[in-house]
Design a protein. Structure first.
Length: 305
């Protein structure tokens, strides 16, 4: 759990988790990260403890925290669980896990482990999506807005609008999928692994995720006004109706810069965290699923959202 903020909400969350587990007589150890960079090391420590005591590894936090802990837990042989604390919580909502800490912790007491699909890009895990181009810039702008104005979906939307207005660059890439190679110019390439997210923005190919596929989305080069229009379509669940958007289900996607480019890396956003990865970028379904603790009774959308 990332406790670096020191806010009372963090203390309240810790108290609730401890109360529920103590009342149920469940042994537990809460590893607190004072800053985000501490999380990968603590995640590895949590995996070691879970192996030694035949326990489960739990990530309490937003998308970045959950991603870092899942990266350590993937393939470790011990179950993984989440107590969502973020803004959108697509991963938790997809699997019926409430954002309410008390409800989620109580549900964890009777949850059962189930294998769930995760994506990889250059062997780095993503649970919800991974992207390059405009979207990583949008996330960086969104984080700056959150630091200044607070965390909410409205702030996230405003940050996205500002990113579109400021960024007019296009990616010039070559993509290889299903044995075919094509050149592509696009403001952003988005590869997703979350059916709920695709349903909300109106991309029908999201159904293919149930069949060991990922889904890639790339808008064609458009004006700033048209890009804002695409964002509005997505907000109203109608992005798949737009002629300017390419969407396809695939098992593996390789991305390289255009042959004339000397680019050796790209900024890639994975579940809300931005990092730089070397080319080529290889997106695929992980051959090893994540063993997720899923509630016996899924949370309602009101509790999960």
């Amino acid at each position: 759990m990332n406790a670096g903020s020191g806010h009372s909400d963090t203390n309240k969350t810790q108290t609730i988790i401890r109360e529920v587990l103590d009342s149920a007589g469940r042994r537990h150890e809460l590893l607190l990260a004072e800053k985000g960079s501490d999380i990968p090391g603590l995640a590895r420590r949590a995996v070691e403890l879970a192996k030694a005591q035949d326990g489960i590894v739990v990530a309490a936090g937003g998308d970045g925290t959950i991603n870092a802990v899942a990266q350590a837990a993937l393939g470790c042989g011990q179950p993984f669980a989440v107590l969502p604390q973020g803004t959108f919580n697509y991963f938790g909502r997809e699997h019926g896990i409430s954002q309410d800490t008390r409800i989620a912790t109580e549900a964890l007491l009777t949850a059962t482990p189930q294998p769930v699909q995760v994506g990889l890009v250059n062997d780095r895990l993503f649970l919800v999506n991974a992207s390059l181009g405009l979207y990583p810039q949008l996330l960086e702008d969104r984080e700056a807005f959150k630091q200044r104005f607070g965390r909410s979906r409205l702030i996230a939307a405003v940050a996205g609008l500002v990113s579109v207005l400021r960024n007019r660059r296009q990616l010039s890439i070559e993509i290889e999928a299903e044995g075919q190679t094509r050149k592509l110019r696009t403001p952003t390439l988005f590869v997703g692994n979350n059916a709920l997210q695709f349903k909300q923005i109106g991309i029908a190919e999201g159904a293919a995720l149930a069949h060991d596929h990922l889904v890639a989305i790339a808008p064609k080069p458009v004006s700033t006004l048209a890009m804002i229009g695409l964002m509005l379509r997505g907000a109203f669940g109608r992005l798949g109706e737009a002629d300017q958007v390419i969407s396809v289900a695939l098992q593996k996607l390789t991305v390289r810069p255009h042959r004339r480019s000397r680019r050796r890396s790209y900024k890639v956003a994975m579940d809300g965290e931005v990092t730089r990865l070397p080319v080529p970028l290889v997106f695929c379904v992980s051959p090893t699923p994540l063993l997720l603790m899923v509630p016996l009774t899924p949370a309602t959308e009101d509790n999960a959202a």
